[in-house]
Design a binder for this molecule. Sequence first.
Ligand code: LLP
Length: 415
Amino acid sequence: MSTRYSDDILFFDNINILDLASTSQTPFYLYSETIISNNFLAYQKSFGNNQHLICYSVKANSNLTVLSLLSKLGSGFDIVSGGELSRVIKAGGDPRKTVFSGVGKTEEEIRFALSQDIMCFNVESHDELDTINSIALDEGKKANISIRINPAIDVDTHPYITTGMKDNKFGIDQSEILEIYQKASNMNGVNIIGIDFHIGSQITDVKPFEESVLKIVSIVKTLQKNNIILSHIDIGGGLGIKYHNEIKPDKNTFISSIIKLLQPYDVTILIEPGRSIVGEAGLLISKVLNTKKTTSKEFIIVDAGMNDLLRPPLYDAYHQIKEVKRNNDGKVLCDVVGPVCETADFLGKNRHLSVTRGDYIAVESVGAYGFTLSSNYNTRSKSAEYLIEKDGVTIKKIRERDSIDQILENEIKHL
Ligand code: LLP
């Protein structure tokens, strides 16, 4: 995270956060174009001359400007809904570099994706394969497909964000893989092009990825023997970042180890990173509304709540919280909580901070699954989002804060 203090004022890139916060409505998200680009380019560089496509996972941060920035850098996209595909198109992204993941694609979404000639559907079940085949036949098209395998790999992350373990809902069991590929190879509406997996998120160890790739390699060999030849292997996303005490895995080491395992097979390598591109590029800036001391605790009550940042209550996630104006005196042990009427409404517990009413705090590493998981719970507006441009000093507003009229506009009052 590239925040730093200068004369006890917090800076992000070259932006004085105190100046920005005092002249903007809080809470708001603030992203760094430089960090997003650097992360993307680090992946790009790690691949060298090896055939690859980086399909940024839209769910991590789907702001149109963020998508446009990544598209201009050459990124493809990993989507999980027709809505995300609409975003990619609106942002100027290329559907032909877009893979469609997810266990529950609707008929409308499949038709829409087919009409946009997406690169491929990552198929998650026999039923879904049948549906895609029949829709493609109906449309007079052939849908490119990859089958998502569940590699049954244990990963050390929060249970809610594992996706490739035996009991997860994602992917096809290894024992059924050959059968489903054979079935697909006899279908006229689909064209087999790849295989994919995604084992989970916020994984800081490269080993489970390597183990999964080794499993894939043995499947690829079996498929080859059965005359099923794949043109790409998609290893999903999931590489973690440093939130607290984690040791951040190095992108180059990660990609090099994957390339080494896959080089003997003449395939394009796809990856679907989300968090490792945008996670560290975002701050949530919030104002202290009240401080409160009970007999057992001190609370800092800020204007950002669980509707703005759900990760702490949902995954017990840790995000560093910093004072925007640092005060080394009078630090207290406190919980930083929001205004939402839930005990689960906290941004951080047991922090040492020295702030009073009207001060600002910055919550770090919220660029991924921050705004995208936000909601209008308690009829609270979703925040504005800003981007600091490449020069480190120019700020663009990239999303307006919701107005209350917008929150209410789709409701129909009867009676
Ligand atoms: N590909 C697929 C098929 C996925 O399901 C995901 C994330 C990704 C790629 C991107 O994974 P990443 O590189 O960002 O780890 N809301 C949770 C994370 C959920 C991840 C779901 N799938 C959180 O805030 O930690």
